[in-house]
Ligand binder design. Structure first.
Ligand code: ADP
Ligand code: ADP
Length: 227
């Protein structure tokens, strides 16, 4: 589903990613870990073209991400992304946050978009909060909304960039639980996280990056057996 091949990326003269190759097959859950500043966030941002690459190739469902002909809004419906800081639209109600891209990008009509939004809110346990604004929700609730918003596009894969790092400790598990249930349903996922308990339980593979290089890429059990 996601093929990363010989990817190098520079910021000026600084190589943030060096000849990185890995892949995420359909239904796989790959956790990307490594020290702060090693390039984890940059790597997954390259997958949905939030960052351009300098060399190499990234394909999502067979589509070359860096081909100038690639339709980026369409690519981003294929791979949903969830950020550390939720990135909800503060002036829109929760249900409207989940409806917006469905309306604009998928061209769904109002009632179809609303129906999908409400079903997803129900699924992440937030149906009662549909008409609130993001600021009225806790961080953990906002992150569950962000996941629902990405799922509303019917993505074939999901990217997560430290989805629990900005949360108070007591809210971490409510977000990890939603991600665990997505994994159980067979969602293809690439997740940057420091939550090693979650990785051990849910990941199929673990990729370890250090200073822009993928230094380990192993099945989860093997990765943890070596530690
Ligand atoms: P991680 O997610 O592993 O913490 P990042 O991918 O965020 O690492 O960043 C990797 C390195 O690239 C860091 O040294 C960071 O300072 C640098 N970096 C990130 N974004 C930029 C940018 N836009 N311009 C220059 N350097 C950047
Ligand atoms: P993250 O790891 O989630 O990307 P960061 O705090 O590393 O968060 O980066 C926040 C923003 O600042 C990103 O857009 C990143 O590209 C940019 N950034 C990070 N490091 C640098 C840097 N050394 N020079 C310029 N921009 C940077």
């Amino acid at each position: 589903m996601i093929e990363i091949n010989g990817v190098t990326k520079y910021y000026g003269n600084f190589a943030v990613l060096k000849n990185c190759s890995t892949s995420v097959a359909k239904g796989e859950v790959v956790v990307v870990c490594g020290p702060s500043g090693s390039g984890k966030s940059t790597l997954i941002k390259c997958v949905n073209a939030l960052e351009p690459i300098s060399e190499g190739s990234i394909k999502v469902d067979g589509i070359e991400v860096n081909d100038p002909k690639t339709n980026l809004p369409e690519l981003r419906t294929l791979v949903g992304m969830v950020f550390q800081n939720f990135e909800l639209f503060p002036h829109l109600r929760i249900v409207e946050n989940i409806m917006l891209a469905q309306r604009i990008v998928l061209g769904r009509n109002e009632s179809a978009a609303q129906k999908t939004a409400m079903a997803l809110l129900d699924r992440v346990g937030l149906a009662d909060h549909a008409h609130k604004f993001p600021s009225q929700l806790s961080g953990g609730q906002q992150q569950r909304v962000a996941i629902a918003r990405a799922l509303a596009m019917n993505p074939k894969a999901m990217l997560f960039d430290e989805p629990t790092s900005a949360l108070d400790p007591e809210m971490i598990s409510e977000v990890l639980d939603v991600m665990t249930s997505l994994a159980a349903e067979g969602m293809t996922m690439m997740i940057v996280t420091h939550e090693m308990g979650f990785a051990r339980k849910v990941a199929t593979r673990v990729v370890f990056i250090d200073q822009g290089e993928i230094v380990e890429d192993r099945p989860t059990e093997e990765f943890f057996n070596n530690r």
